[in-house]
Design a protein around this ligand. Structure first.
Ligand SMILES: Nc1ccn([C@@H]2O[C@H](COP(=O)(O)OP(=O)(O)OP(=O)(O)O)[C@@H](O)[C@H]2O)c(=O)n1
Length: 480
């Protein structure tokens, strides 16, 4: 068990190497090097920390297994996000062993223990009572490992591992489902989803992130209980949905959400994209829903959340049923970006995304049609356009937008070339003149100030003004 201190053999090696240093101490009698070993710390992993806690529980006479996601992920060769322990120790016994731990979930048999900087959830083997609210059990009863496995959501999440031996304890057939890449509810699927409706979305999230098939009975139960998701808070839906939409198989995830009826509950706008025809000369691939799914597929595997969301929402206002001040027809194929930005804002706000994410996605959706006009933009406008912090993501949005439809690459190539051309200096450098200069010229602060300074900056970005002296002359002239 690695700890924070040096290991024996490494200590010997360290002592050896340190003897080459200046402070070597050798026993005059035996000739043995007595120099103190330099302090060396080995990083303790989350697994080390959890295994140490399990060992302590086990030394105190309790059964203690790794449980749930960490066992699943390790068997899949993935790095577990965190480690959970399931044990025969009661919450009181856990607290006796690890005093000062977080008792927040003690009522449900869960204690959070901090060890080596990691938080490990230690939960007593339990059977859940009834789920009155479809979110959490009204009561729990402490029970056996087998019953604890059977109360869990999916077979692949119902596995235990005995940490010292690495032995897998499987009461629910999780191992064979992992091998077959199958997501299957434990026991009666309908019961699992009635107990906790978040599991409906977890099912689609696991099928997407792991690229697993959903076993038919489990799928039928999801479809049947989809409306139950209404009981779940937007924050919890958002967290599952975000994990799904950043996964490499996000397009399939979207399809599963739509086909299961879950999208209808928290993201009904997407349903209008289905069957929303587009002009075939621009969009030979088909309707907006097909176009969006192809785009999601074309994104890099590690595309950030803001980019995935902006791709998902970029054409959200295209369906002609949407109305906007200027009339639905204009919106449909021309002005849909402005309405789309507003809709993206509303959808993400409803799902309680952080303001920065909402702002970025709204901004990207609002500008995505402008990429068609970049070659006609004057240099100053283009530089300002490219200076947006979201621009690299927008470029990717544009790339997949074209690649999934008409295949045009000229605007993309133009922007890449311009990026190289402008690379030697900041796109928008500090202005050559400022408000102080205008006051010195005898102007009073007001709206004209902003206009003049912006015009001076445009001259600068166009390369017509390069020195402060020239800019001051220009300002003097313009202010007349
Ligand atoms: N609604 C839920 C949530 C969790 N669990 C059980 O609790 C374990 C831990 O849950 P959690 O940490 O939320 O998810 P993980 O399965 O660990 O998956 P991930 O780490 O990817 O979130 C799950 O494996 C599953 O056995 C469950 O039965 N029902």
């Amino acid at each position: 068990m690695p700890t924070g201190g040096p290991r024996g053999s490494d200590r010997a090696a360290e002592t050896k190497s340190s003897s080459a240093g200046t402070c070597q101490q050798t026993s005059p009698r035996s000739g043995i090097d007595l120099s103190p070993a330099p302090l060396q710390f080995f990083p303790v992993t989350a697994r080390d920390a959890a295994a140490d806690l399990a060992a302590r529980l086990s030394r105190a006479g309790h059964t203690a297994y790794f449980a749930g996601g960490c066992v699943r992920d390790r068997l899949l060769g993935r790095e577990p996000k965190d480690y959970d322990i399931a044990t025969s120790a009661t919450p009181r016994q856990i607290l006796e062993l690890f005093p000062g731990s977080n008792e927040v979930g003690a009522h449900f048999g869960v204690i959070i223990v901090r060890h080596h900087g990691f938080h490990t959830e230690i939960a007593t083997f339990r059977t859940d009572g009834s789920y009155g609210d479809g979110r959490r059990p009204d009561s729990v009863e402490f029970s056996t490992p087998e019953e604890d496995a059977r109360r869990r959501d999916f077979t692949i999440n119902g596995l235990f591992e005995d940490p010292p031996s690495g032995e897998i304890i499987d009461y629910v057939g999780g191992r064979s489902d992992l091998q077959a890449k199958t997501l299957r509810a434990i026991g009666e699927a309908a019961d699992r989803f009635e107990e906790d409706a978040l599991r409906l979305l977890r099912a689609i999230r696991f099928a997407t992130t792991l690229d697993f098939d959903i076993e038919p009975t489990t799928w039928q139960a999801i479809v049947l209980h989809a409306e139950g998701l209404r009981r779940i808070s937007p924050e919890r839906i958002r967290d599952e949905f975000s994990r799904l939409i950043v996964a490499p198989k996000r397009a399939r995830g979207l399809e599963l959400l739509v086909d299961s009826g879950l999208a209808k509950v928290f993201f009904p706008e997407v349903l209008d994209l289905i069957g929303c025809d587009q002009p075939p000369e621009w969009h030979p691939e088909g309707d907006v829903y097909i176009h969006t799914r192809i785009m999601l597929d074309l994104l890099p595997d590690d595309a950030p959340l803001e980019l995935c969301l902006s791709v998902l929402l970029h054409d959200i206002a295209k369906p002609p049923t949407r109305t906007f001040d200027e009339g639905a027809d204009r919106i449909r194929f021309n002005g849909h970006d402005a309405l789309g930005a507003r809709m993206a804002h509303d959808i993400l706000r409803r799902l309680k995304y952080p303001n920065q994410v909402i702002e970025d996605v709204e901004f990207m959706v609002s500008r995505h049609m402008q990429f068609m006009n970049v070659q006609q933009m004057r240099t100053a406008k283009l530089k300002r356009f490219m200076a947006a912090p979201t621009f690299p993501l927008e470029l990717e949005l544009h790339r997949v937008d074209c690649a999934s439809s008409n295949g045009f690459t000229d605007n993309l190539e133009f922007l890449i070339e311009k990026g190289e051309e402008f690379a030697s200096e900041p796109l928008v450098p500090p202005p050559l003149v400022n408000g102080r200069d205008l006051i010195d010229l005898g102007l009073k602060p007001g709206p004209r100030f902003k206009e003049l300074l912006e015009a001076a900056q445009t001259e600068q970005l166009e390369g017509r003004l390069t020195t402060r002296e020239a800019a001051l002359d220009w300002l003097r002239e313009a202010a007349r």
